[in-house]
Design a protein around this ligand. Structure first.
Ligand code: ASP
Ligand code: MG
Length: 459
């Protein structure tokens, strides 16, 4: 059966083009997994097991940050600083290439690649710098890492195909993945290589509705992996990082955190959004829509079990705690809210107009408090709200989010959570919004204390 250009096998999904008996897997590797010649060589061993797969790579660690800095310098018209940063980056790549390959041929290819890509960077740096140029600059990291890695596979005699993500990854006018297009194009790109079972492609980069080079925002390689996994109906999507799965608390703050063996899509999405840095916040959705399992694995410890994210919930349980900083609370009070309808609509409509997402909401009869993390339009929002209510703004706050399955029928979750937090002053509480999340708002200065208290009390 052929649909939208990709082969489907009923609801069992697309089969790998190379091996008709197996479906493909998607394996995404982050910056540290390709961060040095040594890591790249280890990666060849890790992926070379005959299982049909598409390997999605990030830029080498530090590269995207360096490209962002170069773009900032160019916007600020500091051409010399930009040129210095670009030269330092080129030097770093030359050193990696010199170490990476055993033979002359691959080394020469890499030399030509670097000359061409860094030449492109210098061309982009000339003249007036624009948003379009910036996006082309940012795309260089993934274009470099995938090409260097592909030459390594070639040198080692590992049969593989480099798939250009700019040929099939596309976002629409609303910057959402254009799934119909991606399905059709990814399918036709794969179909060009019958009999092949190892594909490499760039994470993060895509084209926009105007056909220009664009990206899926920082950390977006995870999103590439799940979008592509959904598009080809992969058997499984693996996100390989340098930690052994999602942990039950923030390992940078709390000692003795443990990886969570299993999460539902909803639980994982809450955790990714509310602070677990290991996953891009929107990347769960495409996998969830097609019910494709997502596994979080550790390149430094490939044998570790990691975290498996599926459509199943493991039942009533408190699974994890996460924190999201940089939160601003807006308290809105109006006598007109008393027994009135339409008030909340009037409030929310303002946030909608300024494209500002709201994270937490609590209401009383005469007031509503809500939180945002994007302050870009805060002043304008507050000015409009002041047209019909009293407004107070409070910054420097953190949402602490407890994730699990809290079914409405079961008692005791709130008690356990607030017993643990009894010594922490709390600004807002949100419980019952979903079965997967209890959130509290605290001053950022109390975050550490709150995370430690919850760890002690809950796990
Ligand atoms: N290289 C991009 C970044 O650093 C995308 C990614 O790594 O996921 O944000
Ligand atoms: Mg990442």
């Amino acid at each position: 059966m052929k649909k939208n250009g990709i082969r489907t096998a009923g609801n069992r999904g697309t089969r790998g083009p190379g091996d008709s008996s197996k479906r493909m897997k998607i394996l995404k590797f982050g910056g540290t997994s390709v961060g040095s010649a040594e890591r790249m060589r280890a990666l060849v061993k890790l992926i070379n097991d005959g299982v049909p797969k598409i390997v999605v790579l990030s830029a080498m660690s530090g590269t995207t940050n360096a490209l962002v800095e170069i773009a900032e310098a160019l916007y600020a018209k500091e051409k010399d600083r930009a040129a210095g940063l670009a030269a330092a980056l080129e030097k770093k790549y030359a050193a990696v290439a010199a170490e990476l390959y055993a033979g002359k041929k691959a080394g020469e290819k890499a030399g030509r690649l670097l000359a061409s890509r860094f030449g492109q960077l210098r061309t982009l740096a000339a003249g007036k710098f624009t948003g379009k140029k910036e996006r082309e600059v940012l795309a260089l990291g993934e274009l470099l890492s995938t090409a260097l890695f592909h030459y390594l596979l070639e040198e080692k005699g590992v049969d593989s195909v480099l798939l250009p993500a700019l040929e099939f990854m596309r976002i629409d006018k609303n910057e959402e993945p254009d799934m119909g297009y991606i399905e059709a194009k990814a399918g036709s790109e794969l179909a060009k290589h019958p009999g092949k079972s190892l594909f490499i492609t760039q994470g993060y980069i895509c084209r926009n509705a105007a056909g220009e080079t664009d990206n899926l925002k920082r950390g977006g390689s995870d999103y590439t992996a799940t979008i592509l996994g959904a598009a080809i109906r992969a058997e499984e999507i693996q996100i390989w990082t340098d930690i052994d799965g999602m942990h039950n608390n923030d390992p940078r703050v709390v000692e003795g955190t443990r990886p969570i063996a299993e999460l539902s899509f909803d639980e994982a999405a809450e955790l990714a959004y509310f602070g677990a840095k290991i996953l891009h916040p929107t990347c769960i959705l495409p996998a969830q829509l097609r019910n494709i399992p997502v596994r979080l694995l550790n390149t430094m410890k490939p044998e570790a079990r990691g975290t498996l994210i599926t459509g199943k919930s493991a039942g009533d349980q408190i699974k994890a705690v996460a924190a999201k900083d940089g939160i601003t609370a807006i308290k809105i009070k109006s006598g007109r809210m008393l027994l009135a309808y339409g008030f909340l609509r009037a409030v929310f409509e303002i946030f909608e107009r300024y494209k500002t997402p709201i994270d937490m909401i609590t209401t009383s009869e005469v007031a509503v408090s809500l939180t945002i993390d994007n302050r870009a339009n805060l002043d304008a929002i507050v000015a409009e709200l002041k047209g019909f209510c009293r407004v107070e703004v409070d910054g420097g706050l953190t949402i602490i989010c407890v994730v699990g399955s809290f079914t409405a029928e079961k008692e005791g979750y709130a008690l356990r959570i607030f017993e643990a937090l009894k010594a922490i002053p709390i600004r807002m509480i949100s419980y019952g919004g979903s079965e997967n999340n209890v959130s509290v708002l605290v001053e950022t200065g109390l975050k550490r204390k709150a995370l430690l208290a919850l760890h002690k009390g809950l796990f």
